[in-house]
Design a protein around this ligand. Structure first.
Ligand SMILES: C[S@@+](CC[C@H](N)C(=O)[O-])C[C@H]1O[C@@H](n2cnc3c(N)ncnc32)[C@H](O)[C@@H]1O
Length: 311
C-alpha cells in the first residue's frame, strides 16, 4: 500500500471516528457539530487530504477501471435520465398527473447542487451547471456552506465564497457523494434528505453514493432501510447499482412534500442508520478488525478507510 495514500485515508477516517466518539460520549449532536465546525485546522486538513486522496489516488483507479468510478456512474445516469428518455419513461411509469409543471433544462444544462463536494469533481462536464458547496472547500470553485444549517428560501444567496441561502424547487439534481456517512447521527442524514427534497424540482434526481467494498448483499438491509425512509417523503429509487467500492442510487422526486408528524419523522430518521451507529468506535488507529475484512487491493486504494467499511 502506498504510504502517502494510507496517511491521507487515515486523516479522513479519524475525523469520522472522532465525530462518532464525541456523539457517543455526549449524546449532544448540536454541540458536537458546533465544535466540529469551529475546528478550522481539522476541517482544512481533512479537505486537503480528501482532495489529494481522490485526485491522486482514486483517480488512478478511475483511469484504469472507469466502471469503479462514482463520478462516471453519476454522469452516465444523468445523461440517461435528462438526455436519453429516462425522464419521460419514469414520468409515464409514475402515472403522474398532467398538471405537473414539466421539468425543463435551461440552455440544455442540468442544474446540480453537489453537497459535500470538496474538490468539485463534476465541474469537468459542460452539460452540468454545478453549484458546489462544502463545509470546508478544498478549492476556490467550491462555496463554503453547512448544508445542515443553511436556510432554504425563495432565492439562492451567495456572499463572496459563502452560500447563505438556497432556493427551493430549483435544482434538477442534488448529489450526496460520500456525504451521509460523514455524519455521526441518523438525524443529520435525515435532515439532508428532507432538505434535498425541498430543493429539487419535481421529477428531479437525488444521487446518493455511499462507500462499501463488500458484496452488495452485506449491507443490503441498510440500503433497503434508506430506500423505505426516502420513499415516505416522495422519493422513488429508480436506479441502484453496486460498484466495486460503493452503492450508487438515484432517487426521483415523484411527489411534493407529504405532511409528517413528529412520530413519523422519528421513525424515518431511525431508518437512516449506518452499521457504525451501533458501536463505540475504537481508539486504536490500526484496528485489526479493519484489516482482516478486505483484500490487499482494497486496502491499497484506501477505500477501506471510509466509514461504511470499518464497522
Ligand atoms: C468524504 S468527503 C466526499 C467528497 C466528494 N463528494 C467525493 O465524493 O469525493 C465528504 C465531504 O462532505 C463535506 N461535508 C460534511 N458535512 C457537510 C455539511 N454539513 N455541509 C456541507 N459539506 C459537508 C466534508 O467537508 C467533506 O468534504
Amino acid at each position: 500500500m502506498s504510504n502517502d495514500g494510507k496517511i491521507l485515508a487515515d486523516v479522513v477516517k479519524n475525523v469520522h471516528k472522532r465525530l462518532r466518539q464525541e456523539f457517543f460520549k455526549t449524546g449532544d449532536m448540536e454541540s458536537v457539530w458546533t465544535n466540529h465546525c469551529k475546528n478550522v485546522s481539522c476541517l482544512k486538513k481533512y479537505a486537503s487530504s480528501m482532495h489529494k486522496l481522490a485526485t491522486e489516488h482514486w483517480e488512478q483507479l478511475r483511469i484504469s477501471n472507469p466502471a469503479t468510478s462514482r463520478i462516471n456512474w453519476t454522469w452516465s445516469f444523468l445523461q440517461y435520465y435528462f438526455f436519453a428518455g429516462g425522464l419521460q419513461l419514469h414520468r409515464h411509469k409514475s402515472n403522474s398527473d398532467a398538471e405537473w409543471p414539466k421539468l425543463v433544462l435551461k440552455e440544455q444544462k442540468i442544474t446540480v447542487l453537489d453537497v459535500g463536494s470538496c474538490y468539485n469533481p463534476f465541474e469537468e462536464y459542460e452539460e452540468l451547471d454545478v453549484l458546489s458547496i462544502d463545509l470546508c472547500p478544498a478549492i476556490e470553485s467550491v462555496y463554503q456552506c453547512d448544508f445542515l444549517k443553511v436556510t432554504l428560501g425563495m432565492s439562492t444567496v451567495i456572499d463572496g465564497q459563502n452560500v447563505l441561502s438556497l432556493a427551493t424547487n430549483q435544482f434538477h439534481c442534488i448529489v450526496f457523494s460520500f456525504l451521509l456517512e460523514y455524519f455521526p447521527s441518523p438525524s443529520q442524514r435525515w435532515t439532508c434528505c428532507e432538505k434535498a427534497h425541498l430543493l429539487l424540482l419535481r421529477e428531479g434526481i437525488l444521487i446518493i453514493i455511499t462507500p462499501d467494498s463488500k458484496a452488495a448483499h452485506s449491507n443490503a438491509r441498510v440500503m433497503r432501510s434508506w430506500r423505505e425512509a426516502l420513499s415516505a417523503i416522495g422519493f422513488k429509487r429508480i436506479k441502484y447499482e453496486k460498484l466495486q467500492h460503493a452503492h450508487c442510487m438515484a432517487f426521483r422526486k415523484n411527489s411534493v412534500e407529504p405532511e409528517l408528524n413528529d412520530e413519523d419523522r422519528e421513525l424515518l430518521t431511525s431508518k437512516m442508520y449506518i452499521p457504525q451507529d451501533f458501536y463505540y468506535p475504537s481508539d486504536s488507529e490500526n484496528d485489526e478488525k479493519d484489516e482482516i475484512k478486505f483484500t490487499e487491493a482494497e486496502l491499497a486504494e484506501g477505500f477501506t478507510n471510509l466509514p461504511m467499511f470499518d464497522e
